[in-house]
Design a protein. Structure first.
Lengths: 77, 255
């Protein structure tokens, strides 16, 4: 029983690892947005809204991982 | 004798009675009550703005509720027009504005002690379903009845599986994104309060009162409730408008 509980915790930890690549992707998007604003400062508001949209879409994978880890932790008691 | 009575009662049951019994005995989910409160607040706001606008002087500078109404309408019609183009936006702007107000109020409602409606998957799935129906309606309007089905099999019939999942994907991703963000914030705040309560339990006299939590929590609440709530509202309405606008015929670029 204790081993099963520990394995569930390890599984939840692995599920949350989806966040690593999401962080890399969001950082890349933010860097590109800074470049775009530097090249074309008048389009700042448009670039900001596109950045928020893209970052939120990239975040979806991390959210799925978070949900799965919550399910593992709280449903399989 | 008793059995006979029971059977006769059972036979007399009608569908309406059964439904009423089910409706009375089934407990409500907590989120339903907060949805009622939030909807009531929005309706009250709308009536207040309407009342103020009827009384207002047209030539004077807008103040109070009139200003609030003007700002809300202006903001959401601008956002819709930016994403969808001038001609398409007019029909969709009211829905987008109502959706945004509801999402904003319900995401922030966690700060006021209500159970957030968007932390319930039924609510977000319903909202995503409305967006899905809007998208399919736009496809139907542009392509017509026959093309609506044949375009699933393009370019080759094998692509049906991919096209089908491409059509259904927004439903899943939009609802799960909103739900996951809000639920994640709620659970992290719960874990945080448990942790600070555990830490302050070590201090002898005043340890029963969790005094570390209130010192650090405001920043976390500002992030998880206000910031994430606003961003997710913005993302939801942007995705709805962008997906719908993708399917509508593109406007002739005259400018």
């Amino acid at each position: 029983m204790d081993i099963a509980r520990g394995l569930i915790a390890i599984g939840a930890g692995i599920a949350v690892l989806t966040g690593t690549m999401t962080g890399a992707g969001q950082g890349y998007a933010a860097g590109k947005a800074v470049e775009a604003v530097g090249r074309n400062p008048e389009a700042e508001s448009k670039i900001r809204s596109m950045l928020i949209l893209g970052a939120a879409i990239a975040e979806t994978a991390a959210i799925y991982g978070l949900l799965i880890s919550f399910l593992l932790l709280f449903v399989y008691q | 004798m008793v059995i006979c009575e029971r059977i006769s009662i059972k036979e007399r049951r009608e569908p309406l009675n059964e439904f009423l019994e089910w409706a009375v005995t089934t407990p409500l989910q907590v989120e339903v009550i907060s949805i009622w409160i939030i909807t009531g607040l929005i309706i009250a706001l709308v009536f207040a703005v309407n009342h103020a606008i009827k009384k207002a002087d047209v030539m004077a500078k807008p103040t109070g509720f009139v200003l609030l109404g003007v700002l809300i309408v202006q903001t959401f019609s601008t956002i819709t027009r930016d994403n969808m183009g001038k001609n398409n936006a007019s029909g969709y702007a009211p829905y987008i504005g109502a959706l945004a107000l509801f999402l904003l109020f319900s995401n922030i409602s966690g700060l006021f002690g209500l159970a957030q409606p968007t932390a319930n998957y039924s609510v977000t799935l319903t909202l995503a379903l409305i967006s899905f129906v809007l998208i399919q309606r736009a496809v139907f309007k542009t392509n017509g009845f026959v093309k609506y089905f044949t375009r699933l099999f393009e370019p080759y019939p094998v692509f049906f599986i991919m096209n089908f999942f491409g059509a259904v994907a927004p439903l899943v991703s939009m609802s799960l994104r909103l739900f996951g963000n809000i639920t994640g914030g709620t659970i992290i705040m719960m874990l945080f309060y448990t942790f600070t309560g555990y830490i302050s339990g070590f201090i002898p006299v005043i340890g029963q009162f969790d005094f570390i939590g209130p010192l650090v929590a405001p920043f976390l609440h500002a992030y998880f409730d206000l910031f994430v709530g606003f961003i997710q509202m913005y993302v939801f309405i942007s995705l709805t408008t962008v997906f719908v606008a993708n399917e509508l015929p593109s406007e002739t670029e005259t400018t």
